[in-house]
Design a protein around this ligand. Structure first.
Ligand SMILES: [Zn+2]
Length: 408
C-alpha cells in the first residue's frame, strides 16, 4: 500500500462530508457568508487543528490554519483554494485545494515530521461570486484589492454585503485588516483542471503555466422590426440574422488565432414568431494566455462584425464589460512543481488555465504556482464533477515532494 493511500481516502471522504453543508438539500450550493459557509469553516478548522495547526478566521470570512516553524526568519508558504460552490455545483472545485494540503499536514503530523518554514493553509470564502455577483471576494480581500464599492453589492434576496457580513459576525469596516503583503513568500493552489486535457494525456496532475486573461463585451445590434409575411427578404434589416452571421465569424476567427472566444448569451426583440428582429444583444468572452494575441484577435473580430453590420444596414454598438490580464505562474515554482511530479514517476506536463482562480488575486502580493488535478471528462460546476482516489493519492505525494523541496 502506498504511503498516502489512507490520506487519499481521508481526503476523498472529507470532500463528501463537506458536501453536506449545502443551502439546497437537492444539490450542492454553498455561497459566501451563509450558515453553510460557517459550518464548512468550522469543520475545516477542526481538521486543521487535528493536523497540528493554529486556526483563525479573517475579516473576510476566510478560514486559515498555520504551522509555525521555530526559525523567526523562516519564509512563509501559503497553500489554498476556495470553499464556496456554484449552485448545483460539484464537491471538489476549490474544496480539494483546501483539503489536500490539510491531509499532507496530517501525514507530517502523524509521522512527526516538521518543515523548515512556516506553512499556512487558507480556505477562501468566496471565489465563484454566486451570491453578490463580484468574484474572488475572499482572495481579493487578502491581496488588498478589495473594492470600496462592493459595499453596495446586494444578493438576490435584497441583503446587502455589509449586512450579510454583520449576520456572519464580521464588520466590513475592518476588511482591510485581512490584507497580507510582505509576509507571504509564495502561494500555491491545487485545483481540478475543469477541462479535458490531463484526461486525454492520461496524466493525474499537471503544472499550470498561466491563467488566461479574459475580456468580455456586450454587443447591441439594431435593425428594423417588421412583419414576417410582408417585408421582402432583400429589404430587411434583420438584427437576429446579422447576429447569427457575426457569431459564426467570431467562432471562425477564434480558431484562426488559436484562442477561445464564446458567444454565450443572446437575446432578441421582439422575440415573436412572426416579427423580424429589430434589436438583438449578445455577449463575447475572449481568452488567451497571451494578452497581446487576444487583443489583436479581438481587433479583427471587431472589424469583421462591423463589416457585417454595414453590409446588413444594422447599427452595432460594442461595450466592454470586463477585462483581466493574464497571470503568469512563477517559473521557479513551476520548475519545483514539475520536479515534484517527476519524483512521483509522472511525466511533467504544463498547461494553461482558461478559468479564473484565487491564484489571480494572490499574484498581486507574491509569486504564485498552480497544480491541476485530472477530473472526470473535464466536468466542473456540475453535480457530475468527479475525481478518483488514486489521483488524490498521486497529488498528495506530489505535494509532499514539493513541500520537501521548498524553499529553493
Ligand atoms: Zn474553483
Amino acid at each position: 500500500m502506498n504511503l498516502f493511500s489512507p490520506y487519499a481516502s481521508l481526503t476523498y471522504h472529507r470532500c463528501e462530508q463537506l458536501a453536506q453543508y449545502s443551502q439546497n438539500p437537492q444539490y450542492m450550493d454553498r455561497r459566501y457568508l451563509t450558515l453553510e459557509h460557517r459550518q464548512a469553516n468550522n469543520q475545516v478548522a477542526l481538521w486543521m487543528k487535528q493536523a497540528g495547526m493554529l486556526t483563525w478566521q479573517d475579516e473576510a470570512g476566510n478560514q486559515w490554519g498555520a504551522l509555525k516553524c521555530d526559525n523567526p526568519n523562516a519564509p512563509t508558504l501559503v497553500i489554498g483554494s476556495h470553499l464556496d460552490t456554484v449552485p448545483n455545483g460539484g464537491k471538489y472545485d476549490g474544496i480539494l485545494g483546501v483539503l489536500l494540503p490539510i491531509s499532507v499536514l496530517q501525514y507530517l503530523h502523524d509521522t512527526q515530521q516538521s518543515l523548515p518554514y512556516n506553512l499556512q493553509i487558507v480556505g477562501f470564502g468566496d471565489e465563484e461570486g454566486t451570491r453578490f455577483g463580484a468574484t474572488l471576494l475572499g482572495s481579493r480581500a487578502v491581496a488588498g484589492t478589495w473594492q470600496e464599492n462592493w459595499a453596495n453589492l446586494v444578493d438576490a434576496d435584497g441583503i446587502g454585503l455589509p449586512q450579510a457580513m454583520r449576520d456572519f459576525g464580521l464588520d466590513i469596516n475592518l476588511i482591510r485588516n485581512c490584507k497580507r503583503e510582505h509576509n507571504i513568500n509564495a502561494f500555491i493552489e491545487i485545483h481540478i483542471e475543469q477541462g479535458p486535457v490531463l484526461e486525454a494525456k492520461k496524466l493525474a496532475v499537471g503544472v499550470v503555466s498561466a491563467i488566461a486573461g479574459a475580456r468580455r463585451f456586450k454587443c447591441t445590434l439594431t435593425g428594423f422590426a417588421g412583419h414576417a409575411g410582408t417585408v421582402p427578404m432583400n429589404m430587411r434589416q434583420d438584427a437576429l440574422a446579422g447576429a447569427a452571421e457575426m457569431i459564426l465569424a467570431i467562432e471562425a476567427l477564434a480558431s484562426t488565432h488559436q484562442l477561445v472566444a464564446t458567444v454565450g448569451k443572446l437575446s432578441c426583440l421582439s422575440g415573436a414568431t412572426n416579427v423580424i428582429s429589430g434589436k438583438t444583444e449578445f455577449s463575447i468572452d475572449i481568452r488567451s494566455e497571451n494578452d497581446q494575441q487576444r487583443d489583436v484577435a479581438f481587433t479583427q473580430i471587431e472589424q469583421k462584425i462591423h463589416d457585417i453590420a454595414t453590409t446588413r444596414k444594422l447599427k452595432l454598438e460594442i461595450s466592454q464589460t470586463h477585462s483581466a490580464s493574464t497571470v503568469k505562474c512563477d517559473s521557479g515554482l513551476q520548475t519545483q512543481l514539475s520536479q515534484a511530479i517527476a519524483k512521483q514517476g509522472i511525466l511533467p506536463f504544463t498547461l494553461s488555465s482558461g478559468a479564473g482562480h484565487d491564484t489571480m488575486a494572490m499574484a498581486n502580493i507574491c509569486p504564485v504556482g498552480m497544480l491541476f488535478m485530472r477530473c472526470d471528462k473535464g466536468i466542473s460546476h456540475h453535480p457530475a464533477e468527479a475525481i478518483t482516489e488514486h489521483d488524490v493519492e498521486h497529488t498528495l505525494a506530489v505535494l509532499h515532494h514539493f513541500l520537501q523541496s521548498f524553499p529553493l
